[in-house]
Ligand binder design. Structure first.
Ligand SMILES: NC(=O)c1ccc[n+]([C@@H]2O[C@H](COP(=O)([O-])OP(=O)(O)OC[C@H]3O[C@@H](n4cnc5c(N)ncnc54)[C@H](O)[C@@H]3O)[C@@H](O)[C@H]2O)c1
Length: 446
């Protein structure tokens, strides 16, 4: 093959370059046998990364990446043979990688995940998959081209709880008649005034410029790093440049409980209201409403998301929804279902709501348990024809909807959305909120 043909062919197959090195895609490596360990990279080794140590120790962790070198000694105790990196772009070029687990900041997820897909790596990415609409679309499109060859999963691990299936069955099987509306809410309230002022200098082990990565420049302040393991995300995720606020935080988990039961894709409209707009900080109080077209088993659907203490109305005065911090509710022609992650109540009401139209499933016809959420992904890495619950199609659709709520909030108007082109059709100025500008030198497509 001559050089020109080689480069053309490689580019078409998704090859890319980094620091002058041509990276070739390797689907061939992807299928490891059931008893063969996969070569894994863990990016972001502390905090949420630690939660995956147990599952990862079943595999060959060959690369560890963190912008804070102080996090390595502990990780190396668990994975002593791994090579360490501070720049995820270099880590992704580690030889013979099969898969990557991404546990970094929300504003880096989509970039790392997309670069990993470009290298034909299986990807487990912590939620949220993206913090802009355009990123969600890029990830979905890239993965759909590789579906069946690569396994993807977004870290919405509550999805493995049996209650997710039970709620889906009740809705799908008509326990509340025809589904018309669905609501989810989360009442976590993290109030920030604005980006933190410059304070001190980064400790020598912290590569602050790499931490900022694609985000616009903000001065160092130790406050962004002052949280405990697995909760430090709450120190930065409310700022527009670093996260999507409650939507990326508990919103991802809670909307998942709803999303699993409604089979929606991308909405045709979004509207949102909330507290006064702050250019630095995402809103605490906000509610967003979305319209979804009918699908093959239900009519048009209205979906709503409430955060920061705002709540949907209770179906009956004696049900106090506020007692559920993070919950979902489904309204149908014959009643309501109210759910939290692990339990649910069915509230049939109205004339004729006698449940004769609803046949509970037998043990044999219940939706099968998902098993371990992380294991579902590693099983699919070994056999990518297997489905994962929160793959990059399901998860991108869900976060695209949620992020459109923030677009409508910023535009201050109801937006009509064309899911085919990814454009707001009635409020042209809202289109600028669909994407963000990366700092010079950073790209989502590397
Ligand atoms: N699924 C869940 O239930 C759950 C729970 C908590 C957090 N999370 C998610 O996990 C992610 C991490 O949250 P956290 O609280 O552990 O955050 P964190 O700020 O503690 O970061 C985790 C680790 O990643 C490292 N890191 C940050 N940016 C990096 C980069 N660009 N490259 C390499 N390493 C980098 C940090 O130094 C740290 O060691 C967030 O996206 C959060 O939404 C998910």
């Amino acid at each position: 093959m001559n050089r020109r043909k080689f480069i053309t062919t490689s580019a078409a197959a998704g090859a890319s370059t980094f620091a002058g090195t041509l990276i070739l895609p390797r689907f061939a490596q992807a299928q490891k046998g059931a008893n063969e360990k996969m070569n894994m990279a863990l990016i972001g080794v502390w905090g949420r990364g630690e939660a995956h140590y147990g599952a990862l120790s079943q595999e060959n962790v060959v690369a560890l990446c963190d912008v804070n070198e102080a996090r390595f000694p502990n990780a190396l105790k668990k994975f002593p043979n791994a090579k360490t990196y501070v720049d995820w772009r270099e880590c992704l070029n580690h030889k013979d990688l099969d898969a990557v687990v991404i546990c970094t900041t929300d504003f880096t997820h989509s970039l790392i995940a997309n670069w990993a897909l470009n290298r034909n790596l299986h990807v487990y990415c912590e939620k949220p998959l993206a913090i802009t609409v355009s990123e969600a679309r890029i990830l979905r499109e890239n993965w759909l081209k590789k579906k069946g060859k690569l396994a993807t999963q977004v870290g919405m691990q509550r999805h493995e709880m049996e209650n997710f299936n039970r709620v889906r069955e009740l809705v799908r099987d008509g326990a509340i008649g025809e589904l018309t509306d669905a609501y989810a809410w989360g009442n976590r309230q993290i109030r920030r005034a604005g980006y933190l002022p410059a304070e001190g200098t980064p400790p020598p082990e912290l590569h602050y410029d790499l931490w900022l990565g694609p985000a616009p420049d903000h001065p160092y302040n130790p406050g962004y790093f002052s949280g405990g393991s697995g909760a430090n995300c709450l120190q930065w995720n409310m700022f527009w440049d670093f996260g999507a606020g409650q939507i990326g935080d508990m919103g991802s988990h809670t909307m998942d409980l709803l999303w699993n039961a409604v089979d929606a894709k991308v909405p045709t409209s979004a509207s949102a209201t909330g507290e006064k707009f702050n250019p630095d900080v995402t809103p605490v109080e906000c509610e967003s409403h979305f319209e979804h077209p009918a699908n093959d088993w239900r009519g048009p659907l209205r979906v709503s998301w409430y955060q920061g203490g705002l709540m949907p109305g209770s179906p009956k005065g004696y049900v106090d929804l506020k007692k559920i911090d993070h919950g979902a509710m489904f309204k149908g022609t014959k009643g309501h279902i109210v759910a939290e992650f692990g339990s649910r109540i069915l509230l049939p009401f109205g004339d004729g709501a006698d449940l004769t139209y609803y046949k509970p499933r037998t043990k044999e016809t219940l939706l099968p348990p998902l098993g371990g959420f992380f294991k579902q992904w590693t099983d699919a890495c070994r056999n990518p024809s297997l489905k994962t619950a929160c793959d990059f199609e399901y998860s991108a659709n869900m976060i695209e909807q949620m992020l459109l709520g923030l677009v409508a909030y910023r535009a201050g108007k109801k937006i009509e959305y064309d899911g085919a082109t990814g454009r707001v059709t009635n409020v042209p100025e809202a289109n600028e909120f669909l994407s963000r500008k990366y700092r010079e030198g950073w790209t989502i497509n590397g």
